[in-house]
Design a protein around this ligand. Sequence first.
Ligand code: 26Y
Length: 791
Amino acid sequence: MKEIFSNKDTFKGAFIAALDHLFNKNIENASLYERYATLAHLLDKKLAEDYNKTTNYVKENNLKKTIYFSMEFLIGRLITSNLMNSGYAPIVQAAFNDFGYDLNEIEQVEADAGLGNGGLGRLAACFLDSAASVALPLYGNSLRYEKGFFVQKIENNKQVEYPDNWLNNPFIWEERKDAEAVYIPFYGYVEYTVLKNPVWVKAVPYDVKVVGANNEVVTHLRLWKAEPTSLHYNHDEWYLNMVSKINESLYPDDSKEAGKYLRLQQQYLFSAAGIKSAINEHKALGRSVKDLAKYYTFQINDTHPTLIIPELMRILMDEEHLGYDEAWQIVNETCAYTNHTILAEALEKWNVDIFRNLLPRIYEIVEEMNRRFVRMLQEKSYAENKINEMKLIGNNSVRMANICIYGSYSVNGVAALHTEILKNIELNDFYQLYPNKFNNKTNGITHRRWLLHINPELVKIIDKLIGTEWQKDLSLVKALENYATDTKVQKQIKSMKLAKKRALIQKIKEDTGVELNEKAIFDIQIKRLHEYKRQLLNVLNIIYVYLRLKSDKNFKKNFHAQNFIFGAKAAPSYVMAKDIIELINKVSHIINNDPETNDLLKVVFVSNYNVSYAEFLFPAADISEQISTASKEASGTGNMKFMLNGAVTVGTLDGANVEIAELAGMNNEIIFGLTAEEVTNIYKANNYNPRAIYEQDQRLQDVFAFIRTLGDNEHYFDNVLNNLLNKDYFLVLADFASYVEAQEKANKLYQDEQTWYKMSIMNIANAGFFSSDRTISQYNADIWHLKEIKF
Ligand code: 26Y
């Protein structure tokens, strides 16, 4: 294999032979898929060498590992990162040029691995890339979902969900490892700590290689698949159906009881299987379970893998026969927890009956943990109401975050502000109890995908000015600051943006039929649809601008054309979020077809926003919309991708926006709205009156009147409007005036090119901190303490 990728000619020869061998085709008659599959096969085989080398190194040097447990890994297309990180992209590119193949087109044949739905899953994917790239033995652990997060189509202005059958074509990058299968029990009953008569499920690992950048390190992401096993005596319909459901989809509908069982079952399956395979490996290497913490950290990505804590207790006590205290100490030195949520309703809780029924022995262990935890609090003279809030089981539910904090040696938030809110407000009781566990790890993104891959135009500009070393160490991009006011460089940034806008314009034209003006400001909000992210605030301003363009000549004269672009999926059962999608689409049709404003204002909702779409959107943006209600967005990571590609943030001081503004300079972003502290005070005072704001603001009245005309009947968007008037929990109306002002300021600033591109360059130059290489290095320095793989 070695020689195949060593130069263009050997690669060409191998490719021709493989195409013939695999598909009985030649260069001319091979289909796009066959070209792709042949390339992927060859590359995966080649990567196996580095994978084996890495595996052996880690084993022979007895290196500690981090297992990153996450329900989601939103990895997108692997062909992209694998070609780039392995360093073989230029050879393949050259060979394909000779064949008359378009590598880009071939890459696009690969379905996005949509094993996630949002920020948390994409963060996990960036972490895999970064950990391998900084040569740390970190391995992902998750489920092999047969269907990814749904494919979104917009029909009749509404979101419609279609299944994402991403595995329809074989997933070339995975390797099934039968020999490492483990068996997981559900249901049954407990007699003297022994689980009797359980329903056994076989869990088989599928390993997907993760390639470090130019360092020959290849780790893996382990995806578990549930299968029937002969350990279970009766393969009846119920059993087979139960097993087959486990891997069917990510976040199955849990509005009914069966769905809740299924979700908990998914969580236990990948948690228990991951722990079991780590312990099997640990013991096979002749180590004592008492030394587990020396060799593993189990990082818990949000609460979904919480069950590793009681599961590890179970193994240590029931299978390894350690005493409770000794087992607990090991668990407490091995597990670490990352929190990604502030919204109280998002903190996971499981109904006690479901939990106990599905996982009887695990429930007993959680009960015992709870008993000891409560006793400890009592000994410390905690008041009863405090204890009731903090205990692991309360109000008939098992509280996953509480288990995580109690069972972990590290608890981290994902941005400075987020961690402060956790410490001082949301988790303050726990912080007082365990001040040393709490720490911050501000999120990051892999600049390899989110700059090197998606924006070669910008890479070229930077390379020319400061050399190429920054590609390895993104903090060095800071040197670009020296050129912030250089008009020649500013012009280069402007033409980079134009090139990226043109590519996006073409894609949007193909997808939606809407033709965007390339001279306009590209103002983009792409993220999950959630009320706290306030896509609604964006729409209200758009409508206001539209009405003003039609009524105020002076405003129109001074307004620079602006394209507002949205991409967002709403959870299938989230009615309000779906209403907002419909509102955006309705508004866009009216605005885009109004000849009076047509050349100045366009609104586009791109459907099925995913990693691959994101790759077109981030580089084309002038304005990054980060307008969540302050205190609600834990971090955001899209904000960092925009920044790195030279967009200016219009945002609240929320999540990582705070650090973005600090690093790039407050005057290089457009910050508006209530602060987190003000928001908290409004909630505390409990006297927020959105209707009063509405009644005093003619603009809001006009915008609402416009929305009321959109329905099929007069009351169509009542749901949305009444919510704003009567409740407005996310303070949309409170921030409206300030947001309108920020938008006006942005539009004006954009017209002053020297100022705008200075701001843009300052953003790029200060994005170095947001490399996930930095984030991972901090996790390692403070939490994991892994040694580097050094060949
Ligand atoms: C349904 C329930 C179990 C659930 C499913 C998914 C709860 C939460 C999630 C996902 C949360 C998520 O994606 N959080 C985001 O994590 C990012 C990475 O840290 C942050 O940047 C972002 O602010 C946060 O909303």
